[in-house]
Structure formats: structure tokens, C-alpha cells
Design a protein around this ligand. Sequence first.
Ligand SMILES: [Fe+2]
Length: 204
Amino acid sequence: MVPKELPPAPYPAPTHSEAPEIEIVDHSSRIEELLARYQKCIGQDFAGYRNHVYRVLTYAMHFLEQDESVRSTVETALVYHDLGLWTAHDLAYLEPSEAKAREDAVRQDWGLDIETVVRAIHWHHKVTPYRGPDARVVNAVRRADWIDATQGMFRKGLSKDQVARVENAIPNEGFHDALQRLATEYGGSALRGNLRVLRRVFQL
Ligand SMILES: [Fe+2]
């Protein structure tokens, strides 16, 4: 005989408050070592930039399923990805950031393919998916930076809970205020600065 109704499941259904896992990456000796050279130059924004690097690393390594073979490359690219903001004092800072990475790669023996590092820096603001060499790493960094730069307005497939977990674990430390301040300083006004970022950095 077939019962009219199935009995209730013997376990509670999952609720939305149960946030899916995301591995927080908030320390790397490579990042600390590479960033330390620029502490003086980054000045008051150092804690903010450092934590931005770790949040983006957390998202990127999540997309890359913690692939250890690319971790050092991603970490290195992230140290340099926005560095030109402080070294070149310009909103069009991608090329200056790449130049710093190339300069340091010559001076220090990173044991990495510098072209992959530079590609990850060069394409990290690209709005649409990058198609070209090293696409897996480049797109992981690109998607990860979009999430943090927009403070989760774009989540690139992550849930609100996952982004909130990362933001709580690795605090902002004034990073987005610093971006706004620099846009004003380098662009003449916040609005003009933002427009210049859109035109020159995002190439819209
Ligand atoms: Fe960034």
C-alpha cells in the first residue's frame, strides 16, 4: 500500500542563515615581505591597501579552488596591482604598477613567470572576461578585485553571506575612503576623478 503523504524528513531543512564556506586568507609571508618595501610610500593608506590585497586574495583563491601552483603568482600580482596609485600619484596607474613589478622581479629572484604577474595586473579592471594567455589566473584576480572594489555590489557568483564573512574577517581599514580621497586629489574633484577612472583606467 502506498502512503498518501511522505513522512517529514528526519532532519531540519537548511536555512539561508547557514552561510556557505569560504576560506579566509589573511596572512602570507610573501605579501608581507613584498609590501613592506612600500610601507613608507603608501603611508596612511597602508593598512587599508594591505587588507584589500588579502580580501582580493581570499576571493581569487576561492575561484581557483586553493590551487597551490598559482598562489605565489596571485599573491605577487595583488601586492602590485594598485601600487601605482601611490608610486605614480595618478589614477591611470596600471602601467606604473606593472613597471614596479617588472623592476622588482629583476632585482629579486621571484622564481615566477613575470608575464603572468603582469597580465594579472594589466587586465584586473577589465569589465568582461579576459580571453588570452593565463586566462584562469587573470580572470580569478579580475573577478576578485571587482567584488572588493565595489564592496560586494558585484559578487561574481559569490553569495552575500560569503562576501560578508570576508569583509568581517578582514576589515576595510579605510580603503574605500582612501580611493575616494585619491580620486579627488588626482582627478581634481571626486566626480571628475571618477569619470577619469572610467575613461582611462576602465577604458570605457
Ligand atoms: Fe584593487
